[in-house]
Design a protein around this ligand. Structure first.
Ligand code: NAD
Ligand code: AKB
Length: 315
């Protein structure tokens, strides 16, 4: 891993993962790419490439021009947006991923990372302590693309030796860049509404329990898997990782400890149906034993930290 191309670097995860890469590997070794321009000047000191992940030629030019040996592809359409535009979700999540895989094989890249999601699970999956290896019958196009992505990574690893890696992220909670059209987005929005208005109307129901993770843990997990010795990895793109699980009601209760007048009400929409078949918690024993996964953040310290950060942002 000497030169890393991060595609989709301006999104919720990319904006913080790329900053961590800059610190860890050196800004000169990280090529920032996105379909959008870096108008917010998130990465003024990195080389920036405007790349549409569905356009293989522009990715290949960047790989060759910069001597890239590792690609982290974060470009995706998430669950809620994917239900509104399933063709676009397929195009970006699958054709984009195939471009990265094909170029990884052609240019003999050291490794390729593409995240998966708890969205791979569906009505036939066990909902509590969901095993890594289980029936995967997602009922969203996003989930379908994530299952196919995991299978493609596994297939090309076995056929060609391409070192494909991925984590099934839970809902990611963060305060730098807003989430981009998912079902777990409520767990970020709630903090901004709590700080600004002391109230929040939730699009899930009070009892929708989902696995979640705070961004510092997400970054640590991603770096740990990326750096892990391949010989210790028994899986490719489908590592379950857990950190905390809660319902909107429990999260609101935790926020109330800091803001006693905070109130929540519920107007569930189509996203409640998506959440219904996602796990409440996952069994991440493979990640723990293969690459030492261990979460550091729980609901209590995450809520305290989020409220402080969002208060400062909204000042
Ligand atoms: P995001 O929507 O916040 O960011 C995606 C980025 O990709 C954006 O900057 C967008 O401009 C860019 N992009 C979109 N289409 C593109 C294209 N055609 N070419 C190049 N760039 C394009 O998403 P995120 O939350 O940062 O997710 C990153 C990855 O993690 C995705 O694979 C997602 O499925 C996965 N994931 C995220 C979460 C979460 O809670 N954030 C949970 C599970 C899995
Ligand atoms: C979404 O809600 O779509 C994402 C995810 C869990 O993959 N946050």
């Amino acid at each position: 891993m000497k030169k890393i191309l991060v595609i989709g670097a301006l999104g919720q995860i990319g904006s913080e993962l790329t900053a961590a890469f800059n610190t860890r590997y050196g800004t000169g070794n990280i090529i920032v790419a996105d379909i959008n321009d870096d108008t917010n000047r998130l990465f003024p000191n990195n080389v920036f490439e405007k790349i549409d992940v569905t356009d293989m030629a522009t990715i290949e030019q960047a790989i060759v021009r910069h001597g890239v040996d590792t690609v982290v592809n974060l470009a995706a359409i998430l669950s809620a947006t994917g239900e509104k535009n399933p063709d676009l979700a397929w195009d970006i999540n699958i054709n984009g991923l195939l471009n990265v895989i094909r170029l990884g094989i052609k240019h003999r890249l050291d490794r390729v990372m593409v995240p998966s999601s708890i969205a791979v699970f569906g009505p036939q999956s066990v909902l509590y302590n969901t095993p890594q290896e289980t029936v995967l019958t997602p009922n969203t196009m996003y989930g379908v693309t994530k299952v196919v992505g995991e299978l493609l990574g596994d297939y090309y690893f076995k056929k060609t030796g391409l070192d494909f890696r991925g984590i099934r992220y839970p809902g990611i909670i963060s305060n730098k860049t807003m989430p981009g059209g998912g079902t777990t987005d409520y767990a970020v929005e709630i903090f901004y509404e709590a700080v600004k208005n002391n109230r929040y109307t939730c699009f899930l129901s009070s009892e929708s329990c989902l696995p979640m993770m705070y961004m510092p843990d997400c970054v640590r997990a991603t770096v740990a898997l990326l750096e892990a010795d391949r010989s210790r990895l028994r899986h490719c793109g489908n590592y379950n990782v857990g950190a905390m699980s809660f319902t909107p009601e429990v999260l609101a209760g935790e926020i109330k400890k800091h803001l006693p007048d905070f109130t929540i009400d519920y107007q569930p929409d189509f996203r409640r149906e998506i959440a219904r078949y996602w796990p409440a918690s996952v069994d991440d024993s493979a990640a723990r034993s293969d690459w030492g996964w261990q979460p550091e953040w729980n609901i209590e310290n995450m809520v305290a930290d989020m409220l402080q950060a969002v208060r400062e942002k909204c000042r």
